[in-house]
Design a protein around this ligand. Structure first.
Ligand code: C5P
Length: 235
């Protein structure tokens, strides 16, 4: 059997970036384009998987053979990921950039600036609340029954307190997922770009596999190679 095949597997990929609405016309968002998640979906479909792509606000065309669920907010994304993973998913890949915070209140009417004398410089204060960590929630919900393999992403920059790999290793331990794809950022790669440099980390080994700088499609291929290998080891 082809060691790279995903034939007969149901894979769930989240992609893009969530938007957290403030009022009918405004939101808090991020710069994620969805390119890495879409590349993962496309490559998984080409390897024979049934693919559910949970897409948050991406403008990219849906790869052929992929089922897409469109979402806007982190809470929508959480519901969609849970539903898809309950549908006999073999693996869930969290490539989406999920907002850590959302505005506490959604205002039904557009927020307006005051024209009252003396209030020309006044501005509203926006209070934020935490969003759930969807990835950590998937790990926490794992029961005795067969549960999907869980893959996380991390965007890491090296700094004085440690290198990219040690930050990524700590994140892998904190999140408890089966594979962490650590994107090295700040070297003119990653956000919205076509090329990326990643390290693939697993909890059972100190060795990391480094891929790139390479296209997001090549990185997707390397991620699925690793996943196919982990899935074979489980069965
Ligand atoms: O903690 P950090 O945001 O760096 O972790 C990134 C990983 O966690 C990504 O896989 C992302 O999809 C996921 N995540 C999540 N829910 C959040 C924040 C991040 O699932 N609220």
């Amino acid at each position: 059997q082809d060691p790279q095949t995903l034939q007969g597997r149901h894979v769930v990929v989240s992609a893009g970036g969530t938007r957290e609405p403030l009022d009918p016309v405004r939101f808090l968002g991020n710069r994620s384009s969805g390119k890495q998640g879409y590349a993962l979906a496309q490559v998984a479909a080409s390897r024979g998987a049934r693919v559910t792509l949970i897409s948050a606000n991406s403008a990219l065309p849906v790869p052929s053979g992929v089922d897409v669920v469109e979402v806007e907010t982190a809470l929508d994304l959480q519901d969609a990921v849970r539903d898809a993973s309950a549908d006999h998913a073999d693996v869930v890949v969290m490539a989406a950039a999920v907002a850590d915070f959302r505005p506490r209140d959604y205002l039904e009417a557009k927020i307006k600036k005051s024209h009252d004398p003396g209030e020309e410089h006044s501005a509203p204060t926006i209070e934020l609340v935490r969003n759930p960590d969807i990835l950590a929630g998937l790990v926490a919900d794992r029961g005795a029954a067969p549960s999907p393999l869980i893959v996380g992403f991390a965007a890491e920059t090296g700094d004085a307190s440690g290198d990219v790999l040690s930050h990524a290793r700590a994140k892998l331990a904190r999140k408890g997922c089966d594979l962490l794809v650590a994107n090295e950022v700040g070297r003119d790669v990653t956000f919205g770009k076509d090329d990326t440099l990643v390290h693939l980390l697993r909890p059972d080994t100190d060795e990391a596999r480094t891929v790139g700088p390479a296209s997001k499609v090549s990185v997707a291929g390397a991620v699925w190679d690793e996943v196919a290998h982990l899935l074979r080891d489980r069965t």
